[in-house]
Design a protein. Structure first.
Length: 215
């Protein structure tokens, strides 16, 4: 059966109020440095893949048990879970496509009923972070590819795809979508978005999904 539409959301500072890697970095005592790199990357001042490798390198030696602690303090953005629930009821396919990490967000995604998660993975050996990323990095281009792949898999036309994000690495995904929504976003994303939302709740995106479903 063909889906009504496809909703793809970034995770850090979009679906979640936090930046996952900063929560992990807190446990390594390097949060300030990681925040600096994250901010520069989201403004589009640094190559995303390069910035991610630099941030993960600062976590070398950290015990993997911190991941459970971080999973326990995740805070979904107001309206995020409601938006996904309503979208699912209306026949939409839902996905989280993130420059963050499977090890932290998969559990929340499963609880929310998200259909797909595409994210990075920490390399962990003998219970400790190696300071490297395992596998290909999910950057802006990979986010766009994921959106296109999921839409094709479910027979969803471009006009019925909605992408949401906040940073520069969401640009390609928003441009490729039928409706690109910048949520409390950096200037680099606002300039390419179809819709700019500056409120506190992701539920504000629902009217745009309804409009896309009629496209």
């Amino acid at each position: 059966m063909v889906a009504t539409g496809l909703l793809v959301s970034d995770v850090d500072s979009t679906f979640l109020t936090q930046e996952v890697i900063e929560l992990v970095a807190e446990h390594a005592g390097v949060r300030d440095r990681v925040e600096e790199i994250t901010t520069a990357a989201m403004r589009g001042e640094l190559d995303f893949a390069q910035s991610l490798r630099a941030r993960v390198a600062l976590l070398e030696g950290l015990d993997e048990t911190v991941l459970a602690t971080v999973r326990g303090i995740l805070v979904p953005t107001p309206g995020a879970l409601e938006l996904v629930r309503r979208a699912k009821e209306a026949g939409w396919v839902t996905a989280l496509v993130s420059g963050g990490f499977h090890e932290v967000i998969d559990e929340l995604a499963a609880e929310a009923g998200i259909d797909y998660v595409r994210a990075n993975r920490f390399e962990i050996v003998d219970g400790r972070f190696t300071g490297r990323v395992s596998g290909p990095i999910i950057d802006g281009a990979a986010k766009r590819v994921a959106l296109e792949e999921f839409a094709q898999r479910h027979g969803v036309s471009t006009a019925r795809t909605v992408a949401m994000g906040d940073g520069a690495n969401d640009r390609e995904m928003l441009v490729a979508a039928g409706t690109g929504i910048a949520f409390r976003a950096k200037p680099a994303l606002r300039e390419v978005a179809d819709v700019v939302l500056d409120g506190e709740s992701l539920w504000d995106a629902w009217p745009h999904l309804e409009a896309a479903s009629r496209a």
